[in-house]
Design a protein around this ligand. Sequence first.
Ligand SMILES: CC(=O)[C@@H](O)[C@H](O)COP(=O)(O)O
Ligand SMILES: NCC(=O)COP(=O)(O)O
Length: 240
Amino acid sequence: MGAKLSVNINKIATLRNSRGGNNPDLIKAAMDIERFGAEGITVHPRPDERHIRYADVRELKKIVSTEFNIEGNPQEDSFVQLVLEQQPTQVTLVPDSRDQLTSNHGWDTLREAEYLKSIIAVFREKGIRVSIFVDPVAELVRAAKDCGTDRIELYTEAYAHNYHSNKETAIKDYITAAQAAAEVGLGLNAGHDLDLHNLKYFAEHIPNLQEVSIGHALISDALYLGLQNTVQLYKRQLAV
Ligand SMILES: CC(=O)[C@@H](O)[C@H](O)COP(=O)(O)O
Ligand SMILES: NCC(=O)COP(=O)(O)O
């Protein structure tokens, strides 16, 4: 079976927030995205609530019937409280600073090991699956296992950036990192800047890939192709 598609709906909230009303309706969009075939809904509430708001997360939890994945930085106490209260399928820990435009690096699982061990345990004790955002470096992947996480999410910005110039080179570190994950028994997710051009090749070369979370490109494509068609096109790239 191919990797699951979890659609990140941050950008739908960004559009809604730009006018202050409820158009587009985030809850309806999440339900439609699931109905169109997505196997998960991802949100990344940031401290300034510039797209997904904490209140959205609470409303989404009531209606998401597939896997609900909440991303964020556990160094924000309010984020930890929100996740513990909402009990999603998965929490993805991302080391973003408060004013960051978008995620731009993974955890240093060697240097931050003690902190990660303690915070991962907090979520796992409550039965929430934990994934941590990691750059494609085998040593950091192996160290992630020692932190007690269930899965890692490989940060795919570098792959997406380099894909068009040389896809064989672009995927190399990800293959090595994915093999390291398999060797130590870690589940494997991936995300950031994956799109209709680069997704199939990634899925074909990373056989132990369990889930991708995709937002920016997918929602942008939906402007031209329609949401239903777009979700199905992305799913087709994963059917390798
Ligand atoms: C962890 C990750 O790569 C995504 O959460 C991405 O950062 C989306 O966040 P924004 O929609 O705020 O850019
Ligand atoms: N975890 C990655 C994610 O949720 C979406 O990233 P992007 O597709 O918006 O770059």
